[in-house]
Design a protein around this ligand. Structure first.
Ligand code: SF4
Length: 227
């Protein structure tokens, strides 16, 4: 495949540091050089995230988890962009651009980042999401202009649906088990992962992953020669 002179997008989504990089690098490469992504069907995800985020707007941080510094959730669903990412002391063409879920302003002037999840997946561990949260922290601490904000804490706020509530159609729903999963700062690991992603993007088109159901479907379908 011919590589264009310039990528179609130079802003890296924080979520690409988790799911996309850990599955197949080929679709990731196509996404940035050609701005073509596979359609994703995730019914209810947007609605559940919005409801969960709304629930925590203006919340006191220690009521979310006693380990958190005193402060309040003051911002939500805002885009953050970084200056060019530096690898080995050199500017690259790539920047971070993404929308965090919740951000606190702490009494000591630092900030706390929280990523909301409605999920029962065992994968909701701090280690898996660390590079994604670090990417938001990188953008907050390395903005293209203006004052940087020190991120003192990062974590996942997980709602796991466990039971039903209510006794009539107007007043019923799901009950949840809530847990806060602290994600320790790990800038070294973030720099390792983002370096790997940038070297994938700057390289030639990677091979497809043999385990991907989408690519296997497309290969089988194309072999039918229907069109
Ligand atoms: S295997 Fe194919 S469809 Fe699946 S992620 Fe890779 S390139 Fe994309």
């Amino acid at each position: 495949m011919r590589k264009p002179n310039k990528p179609a997008r130079e802003n890296i989504s924080p979520s690409d540091l988790t799911f996309a990089l850990s599955t197949c690098k080929r679709c990731l490469w196509v996404k940035y050089w050609y701005k073509v992504s596979a359609p994703m069907v995730m019914p209810l995800v947007g609605t559940l995230s919005r409801l969960q985020e709304e629930f925590f707007q203006n919340a006191d941080m220690p009521t979310i988890d006693p380990s958190l510094r005193p402060g309040k959730v003051t911002k939500w669903s805002e885009f953050v962009k970084s200056k060019p990412i530096q690898i080995n002391g050199m500017d690259t063409r790539w920047r971070i651009l993404g929308k965090y879920d919740l951000l606190s302003t702490n009494d000591d002037g630092t900030a706390g980042l929280i990523d909301c999840k409605v999920s029962e997946s065992e994968r909701d561990s701090g280690a898996f999401y660390s590079p994604q949260l670090e990417a938001y922290a990188y953008a907050l601490e390395n903005p293209p202009a203006g004052k940087s904000v020190e991120v003192a804490s990062m974590g996942l706020l997980v709602w796991k649906p466990t039971h039903t509530l209510g006794d009539n159609p107007e007043n019923s729903g799901f009950g949840i088990y809530q847990k806060y999963v602290a994600v320790p700062r790990n800038q070294a690991e973030f720099l390792r992962v983002i370096s790997e992603l940038i070297s994938v993007l700057e390289g030639e088109l990677p091979e497809a992953g043999p385990q991907c159901e989408t690519c296997n479907f497309l290969t089988s379908r194309n072999a039918l020669d229907l069109l």
